[in-house]
Write a protein that binds this ligand. Sequence first.
Ligand SMILES: Cc1cc2nc3c(=O)[nH]c(=O)nc-3n(C[C@H](O)[C@H](O)[C@H](O)COP(=O)(O)OP(=O)(O)OC[C@H]3O[C@@H](n4cnc5c(N)ncnc54)[C@H](O)[C@@H]3O)c2cc1C
Length: 469
Amino acid sequence: MNTRNSQYASNFNGTVFFKNADDCLLPEPHNLACFRPSSRDELVEILRHWRALHQTPSKIVAIGAFSSFEFPQLNLVERESDQTGSQREFNSPHLFVDMSGMNQIIHVDKISLTVTVEAGITYCQLATQLREKGLAVANLSAYPEVTVGGGSGTGTHGSGHATHGHNQANQFISMEVVNARGEIQRIIDPHQFTHLGVLGVVTSITMRCLPMFYLKQACYDFPDLDTFDSLRLGAFKQLAGLDNFYSTMIRINLVDKKHHPLRCYIRTVARDENDFDFEQSFLGSPLLENSAGQEPLVFTGPYYDILPDHTTASRIKIPNPGTYHQAEYFVDNRLGSEAVHAFLREADRDDSFIKALPTGLKCRFVSSDDQWMSPTSSINGVNLYIAFQLSLYGSRTEVDLILKRIEQCFSDRQIPFTCHWGKLCHRGHAAVNNGLREGAKAMNAARAQLDPDNAFLDSDSELARLFAC
Ligand SMILES: Cc1cc2nc3c(=O)[nH]c(=O)nc-3n(C[C@H](O)[C@H](O)[C@H](O)COP(=O)(O)OP(=O)(O)OC[C@H]3O[C@@H](n4cnc5c(N)ncnc54)[C@H](O)[C@@H]3O)c2cc1C
């Protein structure tokens, strides 16, 4: 039995910390232990050992790549505040399970096109290993360093409205979880796949894959916002009819308050990596050209080089810890125009949005799914969501003011919205995602069965609030 330091001290942006888990060994009722299993059986063995000693950990947190900005199943307390932003930490006695040591492909079935992986594998690792077998995953997050277990945890959607109509959440077929007692259980109900870390430690996941594919990205500039609706609606009609349409993304400039020019990125499936056959214009706008020394806007490559658009313009560079954040709101695409105009009217009132969102407003399109806790769940008949993806710079207090104004402007116009579980919001995830409360009830019942010790949900957390609705 060995417990080890985690390789992670803080999350992606340096705002959430876990107390130093310096090699302290359970059983010590109030100690924090960090365990980095290298296999499911190692995890099961240690949990059963502690159980036999009547020292089952009272609270357990599994961590994937630790890249989330928020952990709604936990009650995070302020650690210290300074000018750059607050730092929070999880303070209950608990076991911190670092999944980064469980990063292998367990099985690939080329006939049924499925792959079973250990949950700590990152999408990067998975995509490159699958490629060697001529296979691919249908969709990726804009940040492929996230793990499959962590990505499913927060309902991570892929980088846009994907081919085959699947968003990332729809990739999963089954999951294996281990509870605090070291019991192994299997989840096959797709409603539960956005698991939020509350069903147990997810140790392996079986997911769909497909033959390896290439994408090409074209990019077009539009001089003002008037084209937004033709892009949002017309583009979809026009593009969705194409056999090779993959996804589109629109970035709106906030600096030019009069026109709000925008840039539209269109991804289509390429014949192969030498397919440089691009539409020379789109809705009257010519194809942009790449400029030397800049990141390419127009290019062809393996899907996993094109989908991580997080590296395009959203992230200038990671500044000091605590000064880069993300938030994401999801609105029924049928209300997309109203929501974008509401957002921009608010943004135009002063310069604080320009300062906090120097790369503008990124809009993506995510098809809905059937998962109870997914922020893009098909509630109220929504088929397609427009995602307001925000890469925010500033302290948490500054960023929170922006988020407060966004939430308020949607609410004032009675535009329903949800938020990403792994990112920031102002009113709290339980309040913002209140529309998911019916699914939350069912999820809570499933959780209570799988985790009879309530070890994976903090009763003071946002999620517990929503479950109690
Ligand atoms: C730069 C950047 C870009 C991003 N782009 C996108 C994007 O394009 N689309 C999008 O939807 N999201 C995006 N995200 C958000 C990110 O995908 C999610 O927050 C994702 O959950 C992070 O995965 P992770 O492996 O880091 O998990 P963590 O952050 O470590 O954990 C996330 C949640 O899952 C739980 N968890 C993790 N692993 C397990 C496990 N094995 N068993 C049980 N519970 C577990 C954790 O307790 C936690 O609740 C982005 C994040 C960053 C930092």
